[in-house]
Design a protein around this ligand. Structure first.
Ligand code: G4P
Length: 190
């Protein structure tokens, strides 16, 4: 997606060879025009698939997921990050480890917002190691529902997440695919 790539080049900051900071338009300040374009782009790619709900992981996935769900005319559900494990019959929960932030959280979904007939599109801002996506997939599968697509705003293709999801056979659509952040330079996959 050209607008996104331009903004990454103009406003993104390479922190080190693994981390790209995009606080000024995605993670802290949010560019709503960009989010509108992102929503349309995901809609155009996934519109032929029967999608009943868009899932995302709090918090930075919410803006692109909301714009996508708006265009698809289906609800968006935010998977919550709980610090503690809760034993409760009303929720699905799975533990996710973030390698980037070196944290662990319990991804949580109320059973009220999913049924076995749901066809889920997962949207998130970054794909790094694929742990968040893996957790989201697990919650959907626990409910007997199906993940029919995964939309990612920025994929760091040099990290293992993409291959992990490809190997599982998911249709992954990433709007910007970063090949390398080495030597303070942002290089995209051709
Ligand atoms: P994974 O899900 O693909 O395994 O990624 P990982 O756990 O390693 O990433 C954890 C958090 O770090 C996620 O945010 C993710 O968006 C963020 N992240 C990963 N790589 C980058 C990067 O290069 N730049 C930036 N800005 N963020 C990165 P989170 O903890 O879910 O926080 P939130 O921003 O959604 O609240």
């Amino acid at each position: 997606m050209d607008l996104l790539k331009k903004m990454i080049l103009d406003k993104g900051h390479v922190i080190d060879e693994n981390i790209l900071k995009v606080d000024s338009f995605i993670n802290h300040q949010v560019d709503s025009k960009l989010m509108e374009e992102i929503g349309l782009e995901f809609y155009n790619y996934f519109k032929k698939v029967n999608i009943t709900k868009v899932f995302t992981i709090e918090s930075s996935g919410i803006a692109p997921a909301l714009m996508t769900s708006y265009n698809l005319n289906v609800p968006m559900i935010i998977l919550k990050k709980q610090t503690s494990s809760i034993l409760n019959d009303d929720i699905y929960q799975t533990q996710v480890k973030s390698f980037t932030k070196n944290t662990t959280y319990n991804l949580t979904l109320s059973k009220e917002y999913i049924s076995k007939d749901d066809q889920i599109l997962i949207i998130d801002d970054f794909l790094a190691n694929g742990e968040a996506a893996k957790g989201a997939i697990e919650l959907v599968e626990n409910a007997g529902a199906k993940v029919v697509g995964i939309g990612i705003v920025i994929e760091k293709s040099f990290q293992p997440g993409r291959k992990f999801l490809d190997d599982l056979g998911y249709d992954v659509y990433s709007l910007a695919r970063i090949k390398s952040l080495k030597e303070n330079k942002i290089k995209f996959v051709d």
